[in-house]
Design a protein around this ligand. Structure first.
Ligand SMILES: Nc1nc2c(ncn2[C@@H]2O[C@H](COP(=O)(O)OP(=O)(O)OP(=O)(O)O)[C@@H](O)[C@H]2O)c(=O)[nH]1
Ligand SMILES: [Mg+2]
Length: 447
């Protein structure tokens, strides 16, 4: 997610050759400055960062270690604004969150993503309220999202935003919801009508948090509009959406500092798991190439059930991995988010993440075929792949709309995968895995 920034930091750091003199430090600072400006970090932020790093390094003695330490400290300081970090629950539920921002900035998608995050990773009971009643399509969009992630939606096309919010909050209190996320309408530009409507909703909702959703592609404009929303309505957090686009990433470094409101989440993709909490010291660790094992552990802990994982390993060892296990694994992988974002959290794997690109677990042709095939199987066949004789294979092929050859190919791959998993789960498995990764570097993912 922070590829561009990480690699520009890394190249700056790599270029630094330290002799203990001021000239070397000056050179290092120049490299850093170039890389930051290239990544679109605001020039004021760059200037401030450099001057502190210079001062601190000189104070502690010029050398690579002190330079890096000063850089790390100052980056953390810049990314940290006064206020909550990540998602913070109100002391008395429900936690009410108002989602605001300009038209098309990503409010509705982000609302869904946060709901998904709270449900899957924090195990919370979440409700989404459709307070954007300007467009019929807006309610329909939320309906689709909430159905997909299995979260309650409160919507009524014939109501008004304030009425529906009131109703929803009553329901949330009665039915003991943990979090209520209110999606609001956006406008093309900031105008009085929008601000009035938001002010009214805010009065009724009395939210614990006001999240301003900014499109990171809009760069410095995102900073300016966030400031206006802060002045006129008040915001407690900023969320940068569309970070996967070709914005250079620098906006993330400046926004908290410039607006004085913490950046809470970053959205990088159109899918529901494509959201990450923004916790400054973890991000700094990633920026400096150190990975973010804490976030990775949190992400996986809630999705991968340890007991199940052990059972599965046993099955794999015995060569009993079946189609049900396979489907289950696929679902867990999907909940973890994109392959790329997972890799980027592992120390030293950032560069690899770039090469691997995104494996799309929903849309790849291959995965679709495998799913079609498995859904044509009887429960017994799913449990026991050995049952699949030619007669059964023919039936499966016509059921799944595949050719006999395609079916054979998938089944063969499945068998190979099982064999490989068995090998990997045994002694020396990790070494083999690493070798495999090395091979992948050149040729992409083996198909
Ligand atoms: N690539 C990418 N696309 C995103 C991201 N977040 C939102 N989008 C897309 O941006 C478009 C607008 O997103 P919405 O969530 O509908 O934006 P909105 O702010 O609710 O829009 P209005 O309700 O019309 O004001 C949609 O096509 C989303 O799929 C993201 O993080 N990455
Ligand atoms: Mg919307």
């Amino acid at each position: 997610m922070f590829d561009t920034l990480t690699s520009s930091f890394k190249s700056a750091i790599d270029k630094i050759r330290f002799y203990d003199d001021e000239k070397a430090l000056k050179k290092a600072l120049t490299e850093l400055k170039k890389s930051l400006l290239k990544a679109d970090v605001h020039h004021k932020v760059v200037k401030e960062l450099l001057s502190v790093v210079e001062k601190e390094t000189k104070k502690n003695g010029i050398g690579k270690e002190n330079f890096l330490k000063a850089l790390q400290n100052e980056l953390t300081k810049i990314l940290t604004a006064k206020g909550n970090q990540g998602f913070v629950f109100a002391s008395k539920p429900p936690t009410v969150v108002l989602m605001i921002g300009l038209q098309g900035s990503g409010k509705t998608t982000t609302t869904g993503k946060i709901a998904h995050f709270l449900k899957e990773q924090k195990k919370k009971k979440v409700m989404i309220v459709a307070a954007d009643l300007q467009r019929l399509a807006a309610v329909e969009q939320l309906r689709q999202i909430t159905e997909q992630i299995g979260v309650t939606l409160v919507a009524d096309e014939n109501s008004t935003p304030t009425k529906i919010v009131k109703e929803a909050l009553d329901k949330a209190k009665k039915e003991l919801y943990d979090v209520v996320l209110i999606d609001t309408a956006g406008r093309l530009a900031i105008d009085d009508e929008l601000m009035d409507e938001l002010a009214q909703i805010k009065k009724v909702a009395n939210p614990d948090e006001l999240f301003y959703v900014a499109d990171s592609m809009t760069g410095m404009d995102a900073v300016r509009t966030a400031q206006t929303f802060k002045d006129k309505i008040g915001i407690t957090g900023v969320i940068l959406s569309k970070y996967d686009g070709d914005s250079k990433g620098g906006v993330a470094l400046g926004i908290a500092h410039q607006v004085g409101v913490p950046l809470r989440f970053i959205g990088a993709g159109e899918k529901m798991p494509d959201l990450e909490q923004f916790i400054p010291d973890r991000i700094v660790s990633r920026l400096m190439g150190g990975g973010d094992l804490e976030s990775l552990a949190e992400k996986t802990a809630n999705i991968i059930d340890e007991k199940k994982a052990k059972q599965l390993t046993k099955k794999i060892k015995k060569g009993k991995f079946n189609f049900n296990d396979f489907l289950e694994q696929m679902e867990s992988m999907k909940k973890l988010g994109s392959m790329k974002s997972i890799m980027s959290m592992i120390p030293g794997m950032g560069a690899m993440a770039k090469q691997i690109g995104d494996m799309d677990l929903d849309n790849s042709q291959e995965i679709k075929q495998i799913k079609a095939l498995i859904s044509s199987m009887t429960p017994k066949e799913r449990e026991n792949p050995d049952l699949l004789n030619n007669t059964r294979k023919r039936r499966l092929a016509s059921g799944a709309g595949l050719s006999q050859m395609q079916v054979n190919r998938i089944l063969k791959q499945f068998k190979n995968a099982g064999r490989m998993a068995k090998q990997l789960s045994g002694k020396g498995g990790m070494k083999q895995m690493q070798d495999m990764m090395k091979n992948m570097k050149g040729g992409g993912i083996p198909r």
